[in-house]
Design a protein around this ligand. Structure first.
Ligand SMILES: Cc1cc2nc3c(=O)[nH]c(=O)nc-3n(C[C@H](O)[C@H](O)[C@H](O)COP(=O)(O)OP(=O)(O)OC[C@H]3O[C@@H](n4cnc5c(N)ncnc54)[C@H](O)[C@@H]3O)c2cc1C
Length: 415
């Protein structure tokens, strides 16, 4: 069997790892110019792996397989170096958050660190290169896929028996062209996560960081929206994320170089009903509006000014880890819907009851932080064209994407 995998990210790696010893000719098409070239993805920035049934994707992945895949990633580091933590296995923390209305999420964390990821990816690639049945094609963006009985054609001229699309969220252009031809592939398209990135001194959350590495909680705010923490980075850095026509913020941390601050996202999932069908459009417009106010940059504001809707003109004790050239001090209230702002404030004020110092007036808020969901796609529609990882809409994390690749490979091999 001759299979093409489009994209060389977490999902493709999960697929190849499971399929590499089978009698299958695998061709990997990756748009980056080589294995070193960066693209926006968690296997190139931060690399926080987690084992949890309560987050990471809409796929049923048993904990044993998740742990097995975590071990696979860790085995590609030098001397198995990772930072670890366990979210809410400690009942003392569980009870203190629960008593204030929070829903604590159970998870085990393993942090590889941005600085180590390059090597990890390189080690995986070097190993796969040794296999005679695996062929890499870098600098090969797939722009068009057409499906017909018995074969799938890439870019109009390369034919394969099966094609597995694993282009992540950065491959939305390709997925859009496929959906334009086959709109019936879309099973769901209604959600977007909007919020802010919060930054504060390490010492306020150092016990939580030490115990859990990442504290994952949800909270039903008084607006009715569920609000949650996401992507906690102890001693980390806030970074811009360039989507081409707008800029958002994100966070990451390194294994060796440490900052004095912790950052995490505070997100709400906005899920709307018909006739709404454009969550990406909605999120992008809010991001662009925020950027317009800040001259195509992100906005930074202190928490008290965010709460009182005043423009921040000066910072006090907390110094941002985002480079000065990347932000403008301003007022996020001029760009964000009120319901979103109220939900975030309610979350922070309540969190301050459990973790004193969270609501300090000079803690920092960055916007826009947006997490797009891909459309959820129907993987039963075509026998010979499958979607795995984040582009399929079923995953949102490295381990779930790797698992999706693994499960899909088993399914195709069995056939
Ligand atoms: C900045 C950032 C940090 C993150 N941090 C974490 C984290 O710490 N932990 C975690 O669990 N998750 C994290 N995530 C999410 C995680 O990266 C994804 O869930 C995961 O990588 C999805 O795997 P994937 O294989 O579906 O896509 P990706 O890993 O994104 O891989 C897709 C690949 O396809 C290539 N590609 C795209 N379009 C084409 C095309 N048309 N032709 C050929 N190639 C193409 C891309 O260049 C890319 O290499 C992060 C995401 C971002 C953006």
């Amino acid at each position: 069997m001759k299979i093409a995998i489009i994209g060389f990210g977490a999902a493709a790696i999960g697929f190849i790892e499971r399929a590499k010893k089978q009698h299958i000719e695998i061709h990997v098409f990756e748009k980056s110019k080589d294995i070193y070239s960066s693209s926006i993805s968690g296997i190139r920035a931060d690399g926080k792996l987690f084992v949890s049934k309560e987050m990471g994707g809409e796929l049923d992945v048993d904990l044993e397989l998740q742990k097995q895949l975590v071990d696979f990633w860790i085995s590609k580091t030098e001397n198995n170096s990772v930072e670890t933590g366990h979210s809410f296995s400690n009942q003392k923390y569980y009870k203190s958050f629960y008593s204030k209305g929070f829903l604590p999420i159970h998870s085990d964390f393993y942090h590889l660190g941005t600085d180590q990821l390059k090597e990890v990816l390189y080690n995986i690639f070097e190993e796969y290169k040794q296999h005679k049945n695996i062929h890499f094609h870098f600098n090969s963006e797939v722009k068009e896929i057409s499906v017909s009985e018995g074969k799938v054609t890439l870019n109009g001229d390369q034919e394969f028996e099966k094609v597995v699309v694993a282009v992540g969220r950065s491959g939305h252009k390709l997925v859009k062209t496929i959906i334009a031809k086959h709109p019936e592939l879309i099973v769901d398209s209604s959600k977007v996560d909007l919020g802010i990135r919060f930054e504060l001194p390490n010492h306020i959350v150092e016990d939580l960081n030490r115990e859990m590495y990442e504290f994952k909680i949800k909270f039903k705010s008084r607006t009715g929206y569920m609000v949650r923490t996401f992507c906690n980075n102890p001693s980390g850095y806030v970074v811009p994320e360039n989507y081409g026509d707008f800029i958002t913020v994100n966070g990451h941390s390194k294994l060796k170089e440490k900052s004095k601050n912790t950052n995490f996202a505070i997100l709400t999932t906005v899920q709307l009903t018909e006739p709404f069908n454009d969550p990406i459009g909605y999120g992008s417009h809010i991001a662009k509006l925020t950027n317009i106010l800040a001259g195509k940059k992100v906005i930074l504001q202190t928490y008290s000014h965010f709460k009182d809707s005043k423009r921040t003109k000066k910072l006090y004790r907390v110094l941002p880890t985002l480079a000065d050239s990347e932000y403008i001090l301003g007022d996020i209230n001029l760009a964000y819907p009120r319901r979103l702002i109220e939900s975030i404030i309610d979350f922070i004020e309540n969190l301050n009851e459990v973790v004193p110092g969270i609501a300090n007036p000079d803690n920092l808020i960055y916007a826009p932080e947006i997490k797009f969901y891909s459309n959820t796609l129907d993987n039963e529609k075509f026998e010979n064209l499958k979607f795995i990882g984040d582009c399929s809409g079923y995953t949102r994390s490295i381990i779930y994407a790797t698992a999706h690749g693994h499960i899909m490979a088993e399914k195709l091999i069995a056939k």
